[in-house]
Ligand binder design. Structure first.
Ligand code: SF4
Length: 218
């Protein structure tokens, strides 16, 4: 049997949609979103629980996703989840989109290896804080695959999370090689309080508000 081409590879996709990027350096720009189904973690404050079901959504080929992106007319694609790196087909998807000229972003939960992610992809990697209950599952070896165009994101639900995140930023030297985002957990940490903590400590990280949530966008 001949090998299947990249465009025939299938993925389980919860949804595709157009919205403003809510997070990271590209926040505020419109993008085509691909939300893949399934996640290997169980964060206490998961804001997309519907994406954790590996059987949710529908199967789509890479070729079909490519056509949907092309029809959107937007240069940027954000691949998110769930945890996108759980599906092997995500690599064919990233390569195909890059080859077609897309600017590709990947949101990943920090627990799976980034080794095979194409270097052109802009990675937004979580380091899960203690309140999530998932910080023990982080793969710190991934830090070697991050550069200045990528971002490490901490979602902060309380002051204990903040102090933990600050320690990680400083002890891992994150600011020397990548960008760091501190994002208040929706409904749990007042953004004003997080802003004050960052300013009091003169910590050169970027406060990130979840724009799509503030604007009630998908
Ligand atoms: S990694 Fe993301 S999708 Fe998975 S449980 Fe945590 S918040 Fe939810």
């Amino acid at each position: 049997m001949p090998p299947i081409s990249a465009s025939e590879v299938g993925l389980r996709v919860l949804e595709t949609f157009v919205s403003l990027q809510g997070e990271g350096r590209a926040a505020g720009y419109p993008a085509f979103f691909v939300r893949l189904s399934g996640c290997n973690l169980a964060c206490r404050w998961c804001d997309t629980p519907q994406s954790r079901d590996p059987h949710g959504g529908q199967p789509l080929t890479v070729a079909r996703i490519l056509r949907l992106w092309q029809a959107s007319g937007l240069p940027e694609v954000l691949i998110t989840g769930g945890e996108p790196l759980l599906q092997e087909g995500v690599y064919a998807l990233m390569e195909t989109l890059l080859a077609a000229g897309a600017q590709v972003y990947l949101e990943t939960n920090g627990s799976l290896p980034l080794r095979l992610v194409p270097p052109e992809v802009i990675k937004i990697m979580d380091l899960k804080t203690p309140s999530s209950g998932m910080s023990a599952y982080m793969d710190y070896g991934n830090l070697r695959y991050l550069s200045r165009k990528d971002q490490v994101k901490f979602v902060i639900a309380d002051e204990e999370d903040y102090r933990w995140a600050r320690r990680q930023v400083l002890s891992l030297g994150l600011l020397h090689f990548t960008e760091v985002l501190f994002s208040p957990a929706w409904g749990r940490m007042a953004p004003e309080r997080l802003a004050r903590l960052i300013l009091e400590d003169r910590l050169p990280v970027r406060l990130q508000l979840q724009l799509h949530k503030l604007l009630k966008l998908p």
